[in-house]
Design a protein around this ligand. Structure first.
Ligand code: SF4
Length: 70
């Protein structure tokens, strides 16, 4: 049996920052090189990384829980 699924998509990680929650503290930038501050709001550099890497650490260290990693 053949199941037509895009395995690469399933394995992909989604990283996002809730702009309304971000206070621009820069903690995520300090703990993970996948984040940068743009006008006082954090942004993931790669929002679909192949691996979770330090993104999970960034999400845990965010004081306002603005970062989502799925
Ligand atoms: Fe924004 Fe959270 Fe990053 Fe601080 S740690 S800059 S609040 S996303």
């Amino acid at each position: 049996m053949y199941i037509n699924v895009d395995v690469q998509k399933l394995n992909m990680v989604k990283v996002s920052v809730d702009k309304k929650k971000c206070i621009g503290c820069g903690t995520c930038v300090d703990v993970c090189d996948n984040f940068k501050l743009v006008g006082n709001v954090a942004k993931p550099i790669d929002s679909n990384p192949a691996e979770v890497g330090c993104n999970e650490k960034a999400a845990k260290s965010c004081p306002t829980k603005a970062i989502k990693v799925k």
